[in-house]
Structures are given as structure tokens and as C-alpha cells.
Design a protein. Structure first.
Lengths: 184, 404
């Protein structure tokens, strides 16, 4: 992709956030990788700085690169409403808690998208006003979109035991399995 | 500030002088249009805070997308926004086609535009009927559902199903649309505006409709953009952002239509925007039906991804292998792609991270309803409880798409 196709001032702004331009995907969307610490200033400059203004944050989500390290790649899609241009910002989540600064102070829409990324992948958005699960039950213990989470799910055993303390359906099923097909 | 903090306590007299109560609306409430729960903090009838609780219909579609083959996932896109399932199919197919790098014939693109616009009208008709019934106008429901029935008959004719049609394939459609169905669409575009006029006569200057929707659920242009609203909800606030115009896909740039925008972003404006959108869809349909070129449905490169005729599969080795390859071993070359399309609810985006396998490495669905629903607390704050149905109705979301 040639430089002329990049949105106005995009390269300078990425450079100011000590990021680098990556080769674009098949969709031709300009992509940049930025260190986590510089996300917030970059978002501010992309929204209100000189050049093409990206007023709308279209999406925030993460990709799990398990078992590679760094594991989680958080992706932001920003769109410019006037020209319809789209840019993609990629950020690696940092540390034990897979932390990325929250951009809710710049884009209000990030609130639910970040909650979803937390719910599905377990990414902690530092500074989020209300980081809790959104699609899964609040007491759920796993992050279902992680690559090491099985497709068939994990039985929430604790919840199950509370509901059926002694003769749980689960244990009956287990018993039948152990006794073989002939048993009643 | 202490007085403000005090009023935050449940059971204390607040700024409207009444005791605070918490009301759980849904998930089994008929006006929530699906399994949505809203936790309302009320002072008398005044809404202090509204918190939507979503996820009751979560089926893990993104996870499924990482395990099913690309072809198998088409059927899952139907069940996102089940009121305009073929528009979702097309959005997904466009993303995969970009990865596979296959082109579409002119005829196929026009047919897809026709399908998209028919879906848009069908979806908006359901919105009009149900949101009017929520506010007590039952007549509209019968008018709109009669027209919707005609549309579903058309869907039935070419896809064999009324809902969840799954009519789109990579590189084309499951089949061609016959000339008599095109005639049926043409006659629909002739009769349908009269019904719209009838609805407008019943609602637009209706005193009750006016007071129930005017100045209700107001969202400013700045807030709407900040909250990421798309579709009629954004355009109702006055921002003319429409992917069909701004990022034209298929053959939308060859068709003449206008983007309707509202003035102040209330429920009434969004009602007007959606009505106008239906009229514009009729215009698009008329042009597309008139311009619809003859010729093949698939390009030569697309034929690799289209199932061979069943009769030949049973008799020819070549076709048998071809079918087997498509069903079990359709490998998509590596690459990442994001394609956003303008579905009736807003911008539906598919981000696919392909790594050369038969299923996607990451399948991200950017659903418009999920993002639009975030505006509900902003719209509800300070309104009366009775306005809640108007607010929910005017946002027009589908829970299948919110929860995915």
C-alpha cells in the first residue's frame, strides 16, 4: 500500500504515539501497531487532532494468539464519517491481567465493547467505569472465547451442585455411564 | 453534594419528591421485543436510571464461527437479525468473498441489492407495526403485516423459506430469481407506497402518536456519534452516514436514492427516517428491477465454490469430488478482512481473521443492535415510565443480534 492511500496525517499521528504502520490486510484498511501506553493519546489525536477526524469508534475486540506471547491482540476499528475511511489500531495487552487502557473517556461507545472483550477474553481495561460481564452470567468463571476454552463449554459444577445437592442429574448420568448400557 | 448522595439511596425522597424504587422490566416483557431486561430506578413514574441487561440469548456465535466451516456459518448469520436474515448473509458473504478474491457478476450484484432492499422493507415493516402497537395503534399492525406477508411470499418463491432463508452462497446466490418473481417484486413496488401513505395518514399527524414520540428519547448528533449509533438511529439525529452512500458496495453507486435524516433525534424523527427509507428502498427496487441485466449468475472463478447440480454429483466422479471438496475442505487463504454493510438496523460488520484453514481463526461480528442499545440509558433518563415502550420501539433492535 502506498503512502498516498493513507488517511491525512495518519502516519504522523501513529509516529507520535511511537507506533508503526503494518502492512494492510486484504480489505485495504490501514493498520498500525501501537504500544498499550500510547493508546489513549493516540485515540484523542485521531478523534480531534489535525487531519482526517475519526469521530466514531466502530468496534473494539480481541484476538487470542494462544499459546504465543504476547497473547491478546486488542483491535480498534475507527471510522471517519465524512469519507467513510476506516483505520485499524492493534494493541497487545500487557502483563498478568492482560491490561489495556480503557478508551471510554474518548469514545463513549467503548463502554460495552470493552465489557464484551473482558467478558469473552478476560482483558482488563484499566480505567473502565464499570468493567463487568455483559453477555455471560455475572458469576461465570471462564472466558469463553479464549482458544483454550472448549467449544462444548465447561459445566458450571458449583452452580449445578447448589441446585441439585444430593441426587444431581449430573451424578445420575455419571452413574449410568459407569454401570454400562444394560443397567436400568 | 450531600443531598445528591442521599437521593441515591433506595427508599429516600429524591429530586422529584417521591420514594425511589427499583423495577425489573423484562426479560419476559412483551414490549422489550425479545429477552431484554432493563433495571429501572424510579422516582414515582420518573426514570432516574435505566440499565439494560443483555445476554439472555447468547449462543456463542463467534465461538461457533471459529469451529464451523465457512459455508456452515452462513446459516448462523441468518439468526443474527432474524428479521432481515438475507441482508446478514450478504454481509458475511462479501467478507469471505474478499478473502477468496472472487468477483460477482453484474446480475448477481443487482439481485443482491434487490434482496437487501426487500429485507430492509420487511424489517422496517415489522418495526413500524410492533412499535405502533406498543403505543396503542393496533390498525398499523394489520396494515404492515399484510404487506410483510406479500414480501415473505416473494422470499418463499425464490428461496423456499419465509424466514431464515439462507439464500446466499459465496460467489453468488443459491439460485437465480425467476422472471415471474421479478414481476411480483415490481407489482409490490407499485402497490406498497399506497399502504405507506395509509400508515402516514394514520400516524404522522396523529395527535396521540405525536405526543407519545415527539421530544421523547432525544439523542443529539454528538451523543449519537460518541455512542457509535449507526443506521436510522444515527440518521435520525441528523448525521447522513449511510454505508450504501459513504462506502458503496455491490452496485449501490449506480442507483439513485437519497439518505433521509432527522432534525433533532427524537423518536418521531427516527419514525420519519425509517418511513422515508422504505420509500427510498422502493425507488432502489424499481431501478434495480428495471436495470437487472441478463446473463450468468456466477463468474467462472466463483463456480469453484458453488455446489454442482445434484444429478451430476450422483453420476460423475468429477462433480462428486467437487461437492466433497466444497462441503468438507473449503480452505480460505490467510488474511484479515473487515466488511461493513448497511443492514436495516445499522452497520453490520464481519471481521474475519483467516489462517488458511477450513474455519476462521477469529470471527468477529460487529452487530448494530448491540451498539445501538447502549443509547437506551441516555434516552431514558428523566423520562416517564410510560415512555419506555416508545424508547425501546424507536431504537429498533433485535435481541438475536445483540446477544449473538
Amino acid at each position: 500500500m502506498s503512502k498516498t492511500e493513507l488517511p491525512e496525517n495518519f502516519e504522523e499521528r501513529i509516529g507520535a504515539a511511537s507506533g508503526k504502520i503494518l502492512s494492510t490486510g486484504k480489505d485495504g484498511i490501514p493498520t498500525a501497531r501501537v504500544p498499550a501506553a500510547d493508546v489513549l493519546p493516540l485515540m484523542k489525536s485521531l478523534k480531534a487532532g489535525p487531519g482526517a477526524r475519526f469521530l466514531m469508534l466502530t468496534d473494539v475486540f480481541a484476538v487470542d494468539e494462544y499459546p504465543k506471547e504476547p497473547r491478546f491482540d486488542v483491535i480498534y476499528h475507527l471510522s471517519c464519517l465524512e469519507t467513510g475511511e476506516l483505520v485499524r489500531i492493534r494493541v497487545f495487552a500487557q502483563g498478568e491481567k492482560h491490561e489495556v487502557p480503557s478508551v471510554t473517556s474518548v469514545y463513549g461507545t467503548a463502554n460495552w465493547h470493552e465489557r464484551e472483550a473482558y467478558d469473552m477474553m478476560g482483558i482488563t481495561f484499566a480505567g473502565h467505569p464499570d468493567l463487568k460481564r455483559i453477555l455471560m452470567p455475572l458469576e461465570y468463571e471462564y472466558y469463553p472465547l479464549r482458544k483454550n476454552f472448549p467449544l462444548e463449554g465447561i459445566e458450571p459444577e458449583r452452580l449445578f451442585k447448589d441446585r441439585f445437592p444430593d441426587e444431581s442429574i449430573g451424578s445420575m448420568h455419571q452413574k449410568r455411564k459407569e454401570e454400562g448400557p444394560e443397567s436400568p | 453534594m450531600t443531598s445528591m448522595e442521599e437521593t441515591n439511596e433506595i427508599g429516600m425522597a429524591g429530586e422529584y419528591g417521591a420514594e425511589r424504587t427499583t423495577l425489573y422490566m423484562g426479560p419476559q416483557h412483551p414490549a422489550t421485543h425479545g429477552v431484554l431486561q432493563i433495571i429501572l430506578t424510579l422516582e414515582g413514574e420518573r426514570i432516574i436510571r435505566a440499565e439494560p441487561v443483555v445476554g439472555f440469548l447468547h449462543r456463542g456465535k463467534e465461538k461457533h464461527g471459529e469451529h464451523l466451516t465457512y459455508n456452515q456459518f452462513i446459516v448462523f448469520t441468518d439468526r443474527l437479525d432474524y428479521l432481515s436474515s438475507m441482508a446478514n448473509n450478504i454481509g458475511y458473504a462479501l467478507a469471505v468473498e474478499k478473502l477468496l478474491d472472487i468477483g460477482l457478476t453484474e446480475r448477481c450484484q443487482y439481485l443482491r441489492v434487490i434482496i437487501c432492499e426487500l429485507s430492509r422493507i420487511a424489517s422496517h415493516l415489522i418495526w413500524l407495526g410492533t412499535s405502533a402497537i406498543d403505543l396503542g395503534a393496533i390498525t398499523i399492525y394489520f396494515l404492515t403485516f399484510e404487506e410483510r406477508e406479500k414480501l415473505y411470499d416473494i422470499f418463499d418463491q425464490f428461496s423456499g423459506l419465509r424466514m431464515n432463508n439462507m439464500f446466499v452462497r459465496f460467489g453468488g446466490l443459491a439460485g437465480d430469481i425467476r422472471p415471474d418473481t421479478i414481476e411480483q417484486i415490481k407489482s409490490f413496488t407499485k402497490t406498497f407506497p399506497a399502504t405507506l401513505d395509509e400508515c402516514e395518514r394514520l400516524l404522522t399527524k396523529n395527535r396521540i402518536w405525536w405526543t407519545r414520540t415527539r421530544d421523547v428519547a432525544v439523542i443529539s448528533k454528538e451523543d449519537a456519534i460518541d455512542l457509535g449509533l449507526t443506521g436510522p438511529n444515527l440518521r435520525g439525529s441528523g448525521e447522513p452516514y449511510d454505508l450504501r452512500k459513504n462506502v458503496p458496495y455491490l452496485v449501490y453507486d449506480e442507483l439513485d436514492f437519497e439518505v433521509a435524516i432527522g432534525r433533532q433525534g427524537d423518536a418521531y424523527d427516527r419514525y420519519l427516517v425509517r418511513l422515508e427509507e422504505m420509500r427510498q428502498s422502493v425507488r432502489i427496487l424499481q431501478q434495480a428491477c428495471a436495470k437487472l441485466p441478463d446473463g450468468p449468475l456466477f463468474t467462472d472463478e466463483a463456480r469453484k465454490y458453488i455446489l454442482p447440480p445434484k444429478s451430476k454429483v450422483y453420476s460423475g466422479m468429477e462433480e462428486l469430488i467437487h461437492q466433497f471438496k466444497i462441503v468438507t475442505d473449503l480452505r480460505v487463504p490467510p488474511g484479515e478482512v473487515y466488511v461493513g454493510t448497511e443492514v436495516p438496523k445499522g452497520e453490520l460488520g464481519f471481521y474475519i481473521d483467516a489462517r488458511g484453514d477450513t474455519s476462521a481463526y477469529r470471527m468477529r461480528i460487529r452487530s448494530p443492535s448491540f451498539t445501538n442499545l447502549q443509547a437506551l440509558p441516555v434516552m431514558a433518563e428523566g423520562r416517564l415510565l410510560a415512555d419506555m415502550t416508545a424508547i425501546i420501539g424507536s431504537l429498533d433492535f433485535v435481541m438475536g443480534e445483540v446477544d449473538r
